[in-house]
Ligand binder design. Sequence first.
Ligand SMILES: Nc1ncnc2c1ncn2[C@@H]1O[C@H](COP(=O)(O)OP(=O)(O)OP(=O)(O)O)[C@@H](O)[C@H]1O
Length: 617
Amino acid sequence: MASSNGGARAGITGLARALGLVWSAGRYHLLGYGTLTLLEAAVPVATAWLTKHALDTIVDPAPGTSVLIVAGVGLAVTGVVISVLPHASGYLTAELGRRVGLLAQDRLFAAAERFVGLRRFEDPIFLDRLNLAQQAGGSTPGQVASGAFGIGGSVVTVMGFIGSLLLVSPLLAAAVVIGTVPAVFAEWNLSRQRTAMMWRVSPAQRREFFFQQLLTSVQAAKELRLFGASGHFRQRMLTERRTANKEGRRMDRREMLTQSGLSLLTAAVAGACLLWALFAAARGRLTAGDVTLLIGAVAAVQGGVAMLVNQMMQTHQELTMFDHFLAVVDSEPDLPVREHTAWALPLQWDIEFRDVWFRYSPEHPWTLRGVSFRIHRGQAVGLVGRNGAGKSTLVKLLCRMYDPDQGSIRWDGVDLRDMDPADLRRRVGVVFQDYMEYDLTAAENIALGDLDNPHDRRKIVVAAQKAGIHHKLAALPHGYDTLLTRMFFGATETEVTDPDNGVVLSGGQWQRLALARALLRDERDLLILDEPSSGLDAEAEYEIHQTLRSYRQGRTSLLISHRLGAIRDADVLVVLDQGRVVERGTHAELMTTGGVYAMLFTMQAAAYQAPEPSAAP
Ligand SMILES: Nc1ncnc2c1ncn2[C@@H]1O[C@H](COP(=O)(O)OP(=O)(O)OP(=O)(O)O)[C@@H](O)[C@H]1O
């Protein structure tokens, strides 16, 4: 557990970082806001004194009308100031919030971009933190700054009124201050309990959020309806809500009881002070103005102290949330990227897997166990293996989404670890098994494959032609500019009201689009296709493979497919089994050795040639 010293130091660092962020987002707004807050805090003290002088001069006009005029004008000015200030500081808070939100978002997502690999995105604890950081980043720095100034303002108000009480009656001042001590401890305690309660219920709230998403998700809608599972998940969602409500209710009751007790104590102290002040005034020891000042000051000190404690706890809570933001922003890159990396030059000779061992974490079993093979330049390599053999993992390593735990992958002899991942990835075109379907236009979906030339429509069309999706895209209501989603249904007003915008493609059509994205850049050194035709009909699959066959001629490529007929004419087939390369050779060679490949190929071929089931009588 962190020591309280460590906690205080972390709190101060967090506060300084939050204020630093707000300062960078808008220093003049921050200074303006700080000044207004302090002014707002000082005005009630000034008002109380001006009122006292005005009343005293009315009761005893000896000091002269000039005092009355000054007090009257002063009260008018403070009245105007107090009615205008909240609007001005409200505007500054909102503007600061907007600026800080923008800056914090930029820093957070820039930090997420630094994670060039996948490990962080597969770590549930980190994902949780990222999620909280997103919630925290936009608003908490601004709220921390407001809290800090609010605390400063409350201190000014409370000290101003305690000073006023001291001037009128030191004894009374001491009594009021002592009377607030129980409130300070009780409020502090309640705030801590509320913070603890919020942490306790946060898992239930996240689960509730998950069920909410599930119940409204398009992807889940089919199955939920088919299995009649909506009611089941609705109940689970409500159970989570009830759990959170139960905790909230318990806390609210505790607060109600404690605060009622505190209010009684506060009222008793205030009442006693009032009685004392009235008796003192009756005996001529206090003026009418003194009494008014005392009544106002006692209430202001009592209310101000309670507010101060609340603001401190709230700021503490905001700082705890802000910690998540800082943790993400300060995270080290997930893959070591050397300061001086080797250029990923065009492939000259080969890519070599040299005794590659890899597992997703020390708790997981080895996924790749000493994999060694080469992909020569210009060679079409087919990767074959049963489910879970490690094929997609190997592709992810080849794109340096992870580094091998042992061994290395070498691009013309250079270890991928010595290359800048972004540089390497520019040389590689990939269609992943779980490719993305972007809720963008058809052209944008393809153009993402080469953002260096995003507006080259001719290249986009050529890529779509190669992937066999050009005719479909050209025939869409707005051609390549048609949105491939019903989600946004357009970004502009015209698009929103255009019923022709927003088209839903089939799975196979999306797959062709993903292929077009990978084919957009002709000059890629390596094309990786992980199950590029799994969603295609037989005719489309045949066409795509014909296209790919001619495209792969003389190009370096790695093709993964369970449809062995589509892969059989690769220059070399590499068979993975349980993370090891167990066979290597051409189709003809592997068929004669009678190993895993021959067995899989024969089973698949036999299924196509199986006799017709006998007709029912
Ligand atoms: N992100 C991950 N975290 C932990 N384990 C993983 C992860 N991704 C894959 N694995 C595991 O690694 C092993 C290899 O998976 P991989 O996806 O590479 O197999 P594959 O050969 O591509 O299988 P398929 O033919 O089914 O696509 C599997 O046992 C899988 O459970």
